[in-house]
Design a protein. Sequence first.
Length: 347
Amino acid sequence: MAYHSFVTVILPALFALGATFFAIKFLMPYFNSAGIVAEDRNKEKMRRLTGSGGVAVAFGITIGILAYTFGASFLFSPAISVPDILAASLSIVLIAAVGFIDDINVKSRRVQVTGMKGINKGLKQWQKPILTIIGAMPLIAINVGVSTIHLPFLGAVNFGLLFPLVIIPLMVVFAANAYNLLGGFNGLEASTGLIAGIGFVIYFYLFGNAIGLMLSSLLVGALIAFLIFNWYPAKILPGDSFTYCVGGAMVAIMIMGHAEAFGFIVFMPWIIEFLLHLRGKFRVTDLGIRQRDGSLKAPYGSRIYSLTHLAMNLRKKAKEREVTIMLALFEAAFVAIAFIVVLYGIL
C-alpha cells in the first residue's frame, strides 16, 4: 500500500512540483523578452509581469503523468490505465494551449477589454467557449467516465450517450471559462485551486480511486510550485492558460474519479462567480479601486458582480492579500460542505 501510494501519488506529484518550478524559472525571462506579459493591478504603481504562467503548470502536470507512464512501462505494474491518464494529459495541454493563444495577444498600448482597459486584448468573448471544446476531445475519444452519475438533489441520473457526447464537452467549456472569471488578485486563482485540489486528494484517498488521486495530487504539486511565484507580491501572473488548464484539470479529475457530486460542490464558488458575472452581462471587472492607504474599494459600490466585490464589501479597507485569503477560505468552506454532504449522505 505504501509503495503503491509512493509511485502513484507522491512521486508523480513531486515530479509535477519540480517541473513546474523549473519551468517557471526558465519561462519568466523568456516570456518577458518575448513580450508575453500582463499587468499586475491593485498596486500603487501598475507593474508588467510575466504572463501566461499556466504554461508551466500544464508542463508540470504532463511531466508528472509521463513519469508515471515511464515507470508503468519499465519498472512496475500500473494501477491506473495508461491510455486514460495520457488522454487526461492531452486534454489539459490542449486547453492550456487555447489559453496561451488568448494570453499572447498583448498590445503595446492599453485598449478596451472586458470591463476595463488593459494590454491583454485576448480572444473575443464568443471565441473562448468554442475553442475550449478542443480540450474535451481526448476525453470524448476514450469515452471516459460512466453515464450514470450522482448529482446533488437529483440522485442517480443515467445520461447514456449524452454523457460523452454532450455532458463532457459542456462540463469542460463551463469549468474552464467559469474558473477564468474569478481572479485579478495575487495568489487568488492558485490558492483557491490548490485548496480544491487538496480536497480532491483527501476525497480520493478516503474512497480509494487511484486515477482521481493521482490527477488531483499532480494538480496540487504543480499549484504549490506556481503559488511560490504568484503569492503577493507576485513575480508571475497566471493568465488564461492557467485558468483554462486548472478548470479543465478539475473536470478530468471529477469525471475520471467518478466524483461529479463532490466536485460540483467544490466548484460552487466558480459557479456563483459565473452567475454574478452573468448578472453584469460579463462586462464587469473583479478588481478593486485602490485607496491612498493601500486598501481596495469595491468598484461598483454595494452592487455585487463578483465574489471579490463581496469580499471588499464585507471587509472595509481590505488589502489585496486579505481579499485572496478571504476567498481561499470561502473555497475551503465549500470543500468542507462537500465532505459533510458525501460522508453523511445528506443529498
